[in-house]
Write a protein that binds this ligand. Structure first.
Ligand SMILES: *Cc1c(COP(=O)(O)O)cnc(C)c1O
Length: 374
């Protein structure tokens, strides 16, 4: 099995066993991996994402850092009078799907003998990296915007990570971490390609749970695209391994108050405009200059999908509707469901549609309480 990093701009190849997270001249890296997904090699006795161990590029089992996460339920629920499947990724150990990426990324860090990692986050990615770093006994610095939800800060601190608060926007926080990471290992859900080797298991699980059928359409969030890009990689690996006959159409959802990818898609350009970020309840996807923006657009276009925007009213209504069905999700998660509702209202065919609950509401109770008081 030959695996390497490949630079997105130059196509240059870099060793997978060097502790890098970007290439020369700040180029983004992907992992070039000829995946040979084989149903016979699934570890069926393991109800976790590590059942797909044979296509996760970690060398030694002894380096795997895991809380037995993943293989989350795929539940059929009723939305807009239609039956759709929603993947319950709010049921991860730290409360969001980011654990998929953190488990694989921190396993690689352990394999490389890394002693300290840096991450930046508006919350959930920081919680995940801090949690897995704790298990691996790796020191961890998490950079957060100073207005990060108290519950997320508490969680990061309980895992023993150092919290570094940055005054300013989410972008300024990312930049501070990026600079700190120049001499450290950046456990970034945006830059570090190993993160996507974890989030790709979303697609493996979905197809296995559908008895190796592929959905026609998946509705996913798009901020930095850490789930979307992973899902695209996962479906593509299944397609190229001959397991599924087609890669599903990807519908990406952004908040109307911060929608650079939507603007680029709508204007049929790959130049992603700088947008001013308005205050949105969907803080987790409010990313005004996504580093992998072009890649996200590519995934959406290659699958014949599209990008939708939802407004605050739609987000709140989806949040309450899901609560009333027994799903306490965070507002960023509700934005995805709002996009799903929008998509369903115009789709009249018998498409097999999948979406996702990305994160729990328990960390966002402060925001939810405010909504209840309004
Ligand atoms: C991270 C996150 C998202 C979106 O992720 P991107 O990588 O920015 O596309 C959506 N919902 C929740 C709960 C998240 O934590």
């Amino acid at each position: 099995m030959s695996v390497s990093f490949t630079g997105r701009n130059t196509g240059k190849s870099y060793s997978i066993d060097s502790p890098i997270w970007m290439g020369d001249n700040n180029e983004l890296l992907d992992i070039s991996y000829f995946s040979n997904f084989d149903l016979k090699n699934i570890r069926r006795e393991e109800p976790t994402l590590w059942r797909y161990r044979h296509v996760i590029p970690i060398r030694e089992d002894s380096n795997i850092v895991s809380f037995n996460e993943g293989f989350t339920p795929l539940s059929k629920i009723n939305i807009e009078g239609k039956q759709v499947f929603v993947k319950e990724d709010f049921l991860f150990p730290t409360g969001s799907y980011k654990d998929r990426g953190a488990s694989v990324l921190i396993s690689k860090a352990k394999e490389l003998g890394i002693k300290k990692v840096i991450q930046d986050s508006s919350g959930n990615a920081g919680c995940s990296i801090a949690c897995y770093a704790a298990k691996a006994k790796i020191e961890c610095d998490i950079y957060v915007p100073s207005d990060t939800a108290p519950a997320k800060l508490a969680q990061i601190q309980m895992y023993g990570a150092n919290v570094i608060k940055v005054e300013g926007t989410r972008e300024e926080t990312a930049h501070a971490a990026f600079l700190a990471a120049k001499n450290n290992y950046y456990a970034s859900h945006v830059w570090n390609p190993f993160f996507f080797q974890g989030t790709k298991t979303f697609s493996f699980e979905v197809c296995e749970q559908l008895n190796w059928k592929n959905p026609d359409t998946v509705v996913l969030p798009a901020g930095n695209g850490s789930l979307l890009i992973g899902a695209y990689i996962g479906f593509s690996e299944l397609f190229y391994s001959g397991i599924i006959p087609a890669v599903p159409k990807i519908i990406a959802v952004q908040s109307k108050f911060c929608a650079p990818l939507y603007e680029a898609f709508r204007n049929r350009t790959d130049n992603i405009p700088k947008v001013i970020q308005g205050k949105t309840l969907a803080e987790g996807i409010a990313i005004n200059s996504p580093a992998r923006g072009k890649q996200i657009l590519g995934c959406v276009k290659k699958t014949g999908g599209k990008i939708l925007v939802v407004d605050e009213e739609q987000i709140i209504s989806a949040l309450f509707e899901m609560g009333n069905q027994g799903y306490y999700i965070e507002p960023t998660s509700a934005a995805v469901i709002a996009g799903l509702k929008d998509y369903l209202s115009e789709s009249d065919s018998d498409e097999l549609i999948i979406s996702v609950f990305t994160g729990t509401g328990l960390k966002s109770s402060d925001k939810i309480i405010k909504l209840l008081l309004e």
